[in-house]
Ligand binder design. Sequence first.
Ligand code: NAD
Length: 462
Amino acid sequence: MEKITVVGSGYVGLVAAACLAELGHSVICVDNDLARVERLRRGEVPIHEQFLPELLMRHRGNRLEFSGSLPQAVRSSSIIFIAVGTPPKENGEADLSYVESVAREIAQNLNGYKVIIEKSTVPVYTSDWIRRVMVLTRGADCEFDVVSNPEFLREGTAVMDFLYPDRIVVGADSPRAAALIGQVYEPLTSGKYYSNPDRVPEPDGASGSAPLILTTAKSAELIKHASNAFLAMKISFINAVANICEEVGADIEQVSRGVGSDNRIGPRFLRAGIGYGGSCFPKDVSAFRAVAHECGYEFDLLDAVMRINEEQRTRFMKKIRTALWTLKGKKLGVLGLAFKGRTDDIRESPAIALIQQLLAEGANIRAFDPAAMERTKEVLGDRISFAENSYQVAEGADALLILTDWEEFASLDLKHLQKLLKYPIVLDGRNLYTAEEMEQNGLLYVSVGRKPSALKQFVKVV
Ligand code: NAD
C-alpha cells in the first residue's frame, strides 16, 4: 500500500483522503488552515457528507492523519494529491495561485521521486506550469512526474462517487507515474474493494470494478472541464425549453421525461429550475470559456449556457413579484439555502443569490435548510432569521419559496402547510410538486416551465 499526501482538506481533499485510507493506503491530509486541522484531529467533521463521519472515525489516527506541515508530509510520501481550491478570478479565469504555491512548496521539499497529482479542477496546460515551477525551483535534474487525475464526485454523494466511480481518469505522460497511480486505485479497478464486507454500501447499479481511462495529462485536464461544461449545458438547455413551455402552456416535466428517455440523451441533469450553482459549474464553465479564448477558440456556446443560467434567477424573481406585487415588508418563508440538496455548501447557491435580491427589495426572510444554516449565518448574519423546521418557516408567511431540492421538502404535509401560511402561495424553484396536488390542498402554486394556470387562479382569488 502507498504512502500518500493529500493537500487540501475541503470537500474534495477530505473525501479523497478518507477514501484513500479506506482503500488501505496510509494518508496524510494537509491543510494550511490550522484551525481546520485541529478540528479534524479532534474528530470533528467539518462538511456534511454521507458516510464521511464513519470513514473518518474508522481511519483517523490509524491510516489517516491530519497535518499543517506540507514539507514534512512531502518528505514522507511519494504520491502527492493537490486538492486545493481553484476559485474564479474577476475575468472568469481560474485562480491557480494556490496550486502554484503548493507546487513550489513540494519542489522545495523534494527528497526523491514524487508523483504530483492534480486533483483540483484546473485548466489545460496546468500540468505544464507545475512542471515548470518544479524545474525552476529545483533544477532540471529533479525527479518527479505530474499527473492529472480529475475528480468527478458530487457533493452529497461524494464518498460513494469516489469509491464507486463511473470512471477514473488518469492523465499521465510517463509509464512510471501511470503505474504508481494505477496501484493507488487498484482496489477499485480490480474490484477487490467491492468484496470487502465492511465496504461503504454500493449505490444502485454499481458495477463490479471501476474502469480506468488512461490519457495524456492535457486530455485529462480537458475531460474535466468539458464534462462540467456539458452538464451545465444540459441544465441550461432544459431551462431554456422550460421557458418555451411557459409561453405555450406545455409541461416541462412531461417534456423532460420524453426527451430524457432517449438513451442517447439520458434523464439526468434535465431538471428545470432556478439554475445551477455550487463551487464547480459556474467557475468551471467560465474557466473553460476563458481557456478556450486563450487558445484562440471562441466557445460562444458557453456564453449562452451562462446567460441562460443567470436569466433563470431573474425570471424566478419576476414570478415572485407577479405573485406578491410589492416585496417591501413582505414576510417570506424560504425552504433551502444550499446550492442543491444533501449538502451544506452554499457557494454560488441560487437560493442565496435570490435571498440577497429579496432582502435588497425590503422583504423579511425566514429560512430553513437541513444542513446549510450555519454556513448561511456566516454570510448573511442576522439579515434573515432561521427556523427549526419546514413548517415553522411557513407560519404566518405571505408566501413559501422552495429554493433547494432537498428530498424532505418534496414530502411536506401540504394541508398543514396551507393552514400555517398567511396566504396560500407556494413558489417552487425546483418543481418538487405538481400543480394538481398543490391545488387539491388549497395552495396556489407557481413553478418552472409549467402551465401558469395556478397563477391565473391566484389572480382571480386575490
Ligand atoms: P475547498 O475550498 O472546500 O477546499 C480547499 C482546501 O484547500 C481548503 O481547506 C484550504 O484551506 C486548502 N488550501 C488552500 N491552499 C492551501 C495550501 N497552500 N496548503 C494546504 N491547504 C491549502 O475546495 P473543494 O470544494 O474541495 O475543491 C477543491 C478543488 O476540487 C477545486 O479545484 C474544485 O474545483 C475541485 N472539485 C470540487 C468538487 C466539489 O464538488 N466541491 C468536485 C470536483 C472537483
